[in-house]
Design a protein around this ligand. Sequence first.
Ligand code: GNR
Ligand code: NI
Length: 171
Amino acid sequence: MAILPIVTVPDPLLKKVSKPVDKVDDKLRAFMDDMLETMYAAPGIGLAAVQVGQLKRILVIDIAPEGEDPDPKYFINPEITWTSEEMNIYNEGCLSIPEQYADIERPAECKVKFIDYDGMEKEIHADGLLATCVQHEMDHLNGVVFIDYLSKIKRGMYVRKVKKFVKENEK
Ligand code: GNR
Ligand code: NI
């Protein structure tokens, strides 16, 4: 297992569309384990492969509250098949936009079809934080981050703050 470096804005990689995975094998599972370890170490509740430099359609998510048993979820080639009309606003953060938060409105519930850790096709109905997190991670696979929903001026402010944060943390 390994903790991988996390890509931050304005890295152009974060704007790219990730490619579908064609085979779920032990090598891919080892990479997904590294993603999970990286996410826990950050710490975060979700991570897309592009955030650790790989343009693959893979997500890992664990929304279990701190102090409770871990509940890792792996999503390969995820597709959102349904979203609710009801919306929800959540104060979102992103490991690629460290220390910055913004209220983002998304569908409150969604259904996601995906391939799991064992290569089996599954579909889940997500609500609450899981629905928000799945949609945030799906955005990463399509080259979108939450600041893309803000005005150009606000986005510029966020990017500047992240650059400063990254610079100060590499000293
Ligand atoms: O750790 C994370 N927290 C979070 C909080 C609200 C909405 C979405 C998220 S995902 C984020 C980790 C991350 O950047 N995933 O891409
Ligand atoms: Ni993110």
